[in-house]
Design a protein around this ligand. Structure first.
Ligand SMILES: CC(=O)N[C@H]1CCN(c2c(Cl)cnc3[nH]c(-c4cn(C)nc4C)nc23)C1
Length: 277
């Protein structure tokens, strides 16, 4: 029985490779099973020549350094990594529930109970990342996965892999970026608070708040904080209140992560153990 963390370096021979889960510019993610333990993982395969071509070696190294240190129930685990002549392999936690995105596009919008539970989980994950000096976890819906219990996991290493079920308009979208990001001004931890507001809106209405026909109009709506709430689906006043406290142009005035967890809408609607089953 292999003790953990293991001393012998991992190699491809340790795994049986299953179906592809996603693919992208830098590589692909496969379902895989570690032979000795029969443990199911997601194996992310990154092409070395793609990394060298885009001069991303140190970014990848930094991402992996950060990711291997993070250990939180709502942050996807990086168990280890190895490489061969042409590839780098990341051994990642596998989420049986797949992408939150697929669930959202299938059911249109989430209930207030589900939305509050996932916003609370994201807030706790971000508070943990910020405490480890990790910001801007790029929390777009396609980077949010669900484990077998329906618990949310932030799955991003800066190498967003487009999984096969990706919404096409997703690539390069501005929808989730704060004004200071789209205006290319200095950004700090508070960008994540803005993104929580965007996600909360999208979970409840099924579309992001500043969606527009093209990127220019989205850009204009973000910098103007052109926020309005449709009359359907019906959404509680408390939920709208939280969204308004996060989608604030002045980043210093956005509700803090701690205050989000104390907000009445979260306290009244979020499931304490984050599974909302
Ligand atoms: C940003 C990113 O990595 N996106 C995707 C690619 C596969 N990857 C997964 C990662 Cl990294 C971990 N677990 C996953 N589970 C799934 C998945 C499960 N079902 C039923 N359908 C899917 C898809 N995908 C993953 C995340």
């Amino acid at each position: 029985q292999q003790k953990y963390p293991r001393d012998k370096p991992w190699s491809l021979d340790d795994f049986e490779i299953g179906k592809p889960l996603g693919k992208g510019k830098f590589g692909r993610v496969y379902l895989a099973r570690e032979k000795k333990s029969q443990y199911i993982v997601a194996l992310k395969v990154i092409f070395k020549d793609q990394i060298e071509k885009y001069k991303l070696n140190n970014q990848l190294g930094r991402e992996m350094e950060i990711q291997s240190k993070l250990n939180h129930p709502n942050v996807l685990r990086l168990f280890g990594w190895f490489h061969d002549a042409h590839h780098i392999y990341l051994i990642l936690e596998y989420c049986h529930g797949g992408e939150l995105y697929k669930l959202l596009s299938k059911i249109g919008h989430l209930s207030e109970h589900q939305a509050a539970t996932y916003i609370a989980s994201l807030t706790k994950a971000l508070a943990y990342c910020h405490q480890k000096n990790v910001i801007h976890r790029d929390i777009k819906p396609e980077n949010l996965l669900l484990d077998f219990e329906g618990r949310l996991k932030i799955a991003d290493f800066g190498w967003s892999v487009q999984s096969t079920s990706k919404r096409k308009t997703m690539c390069g979208t501005l929808d989730y970026l704060a004004p200071e990001m789209v205006e290319n001004r200095a950004h700090d931890y508070a960008v994540d608070n803005w993104t929580l507001g965007v996600l909360c809106y999208e979970f409840l209405y099924g579309a992001p708040p500043f969606e527009a026909e093209n990127q220019i109009d989205t850009f204009k709506r973000i910098v103007a904080v052109d926020l309005s709430f449709p009359s359907t689906p019906p959404v509680s006043v408390e939920a709208k209140n939280l969204i308004r406290l996060l989608l604030v142009k002045d980043s210093s005035k956005r509700l803090s992560l701690q205050k989000i967890l104390e907000h009445p809408w979260i306290v009244q609607n979020a499931d304490p153990n984050g599974t909302c089953n």
